[in-house]
Design a protein around this ligand. Structure first.
Ligand SMILES: Nc1ncnc2c1ncn2[C@@H]1O[C@H](COP(=O)(O)OP(=O)(O)OP(=O)(O)O)[C@@H](O)[C@H]1O
Ligand SMILES: [Mg+2]
Length: 229
């Protein structure tokens, strides 16, 4: 790849990545961390509340910059990139799913999924087709024209997953995507996310959900801001 240097070949490669906040008091949030994730892997990040799971996922998602260390994505250094470069990187390569679906309530399920498409060369018909295909993958193609406000919580979360998957991202980052749902709906969402690997994407899943550990290929446990060996 252009601009890359030979490395481990990992998609995500954190070397000594940590976060310390200087204000209002010096606080260490993430210990210097090494972590490699190869393409197609599914990694669950687990650990107690306040351990640093969201912080680690946010750094991997470039939503938060580390205060030290090196982060390479597909061989490219992310530390030192401008906000604009990072925004372009996220739009092109990453899909996010959060605890809440964060849909535009007065728009249809399909229109919400289309918001995940960032390729300006796509015409209207192309956007529509890709969005319906993503809704089909999450089992919601019949509800494409329904307003987001009129979907159940589990359906809304499926739309959020379709929105994250529609651009075929290389990495999907999901932070507690099932914690607002009942057990059964949560299980269905976990199974859906576990299937992203079959679409060629890599998954980082932050979860309190013990069942997710069964569907993940690898479990990384964070305690007190560091990966437990
Ligand atoms: N920008 C910040 N400034 C100060 N403290 C922060 C900041 N971001 C995170 N923290 C603190 O760092 C710790 C780790 O936060 P983080 O959100 O990563 O935890 P978590 O493991 O995701 O917890 P939970 O399971 O409750 O979501 C917490 O104590 C949090 O208050
Ligand atoms: Mg969190």
């Amino acid at each position: 790849m252009t601009g890359s240097t030979p490395g481990s070949g990992a998609l995500v490669e954190l070397s000594g990545v940590g976060l310390e906040i200087a204000h209002p008091v010096r606080t260490r949030i993430l210990q210097p961390t090494d972590l490699e994730i190869v393409a197609g892997e599914s990694v669950a990040i687990v650990g107690p509340s306040g351990a640093g799971k969201t912080t680690l996922a946010s750094i991997i998602g470039t939503l938060q910059s580390p205060s030290e260390g090196s982060y390479r994505f597909a061989g490219q250094e992310m530390v030192g990139k401008t906000r604009k470069e990072l925004a372009r990187f996220r739009a092109g390569q990453l899909g996010f799913v959060f605890q809440q679906a964060h849909l535009v309530e007065y728009r249809t399920a399909r229109a919400n999924v289309e918001l995940g498409l960032t390729d300006p060369s796509l015409n209207r018909a192309g956007r529509r087709e890709l969005s319906m295909e993503a809704l089909r993958r999450v089992g919601l193609h019949r509800l494409g024209e329904r307003l987001a406000a009129h979907l159940s919580g589990g359906e809304q979360q499926r739309v959020a997953i379709a929105r994250a998957l529609v651009k075929a991202p290389s990495l999907v980052i999901a932070d507690e995507p099932t914690s607002a749902l009942d057990q059964r709906t949560g299980q269905a969402i976990l199974e859906l996310l576990a299937g992203v690997g079959t679409l060629g994407a890599t998954l980082v899943l932050v979860t309190h959900d013990e069942r997710a550990m069964g569907t993940a290929g690898r479990v990384v446990t964070i305690v007190d801001g560091g990966i437990r060996p």
